[in-house]
Design a protein around this ligand. Sequence first.
Ligand code: CP
Ligand code: NVA
Length: 301
Amino acid sequence: MKHFLKLLDCTTEEIYELLDLAATMKQYVKEGKEHHFLKGKTLGMIFEKSSTRTRISFETGMYQLGGHALFISARDSQIGRGEPTQDTARVMSRMLDGIMIRTFEQKEVEMLAEYGSIPIINGLTDLCHPCQVMADLLTIREHKGKLEGLTMCYIGDGNNMANSLIVGGLKTGMNVQIACPEGYRPDPMVMDFAAQYPDRFSITDAPMTAAKDADVVITDCWTSMGQEEEKKIREKAFAGYQVNKELMGVAKADAMVLHCLPAYREQEITTEVFEAHANEIFDEAENRLHAQKAVLVKLLG
Ligand code: CP
Ligand code: NVA
């Protein structure tokens, strides 16, 4: 593994190896055991979109690993003034040990990897959110003891989260059931990948069908970063795609609920369901730290 750009690039073995490493990282934190595997290493964190969890977890993660992280916002760097990605990649490669980037187009992340000579980590693009899904898989495994054979259901927008959940779920042996409105389906590349698993993948526009017998119910916001102008149209399109008590009624009695956050109450999820599953959702948020440290150690260590 040289980069962490999207889960489509990872093998099942690599995903499981990262999950095991993440569990070890978590154990070190719980035991208060020093684990300076990245002593003297520096990570550049480029943000072209907002973030709470991703920034905090990468910055804290690098500190806990004995390294250092730099916050580089597009607005305050030359990136926002149009410096070519090819040049940013080559400059940063001369000074840093790795780059985490959160941006719009997946192409930009791939270009950094192509022109730079240090590991690149995708901290969210319009296409995917692989770091988040590593944390999600870790959380499911902690709560359920396994991944293989479990049924994951995703309700809502066929966005970056849906794309990564489909790939991560299928690669780790889960059944994946998706409900999206027409016109908001996952990326064609992801749909092609999922087509290899006709027995374990299904997609419908009926949320109740997708949630049936699910072990894990997952949703995300209806309007992602960069889509703010579509907010009104999207609220209409997703009106029937709420994770609520009625929907949870068709999932397994002990089903978990996950949400990558930020969560918009009474839109994609009711307050009632969110609070009933807050423990799982905030475990998921915490696991961003442990999962990302695994990626950092694997790539920069
Ligand atoms: N889930 C997630 O990526 O959160 P942030 O946008 O706050 O980083
Ligand atoms: N789909 C959301 C995820 C936020 C973490 C977005 O891209 O804004």
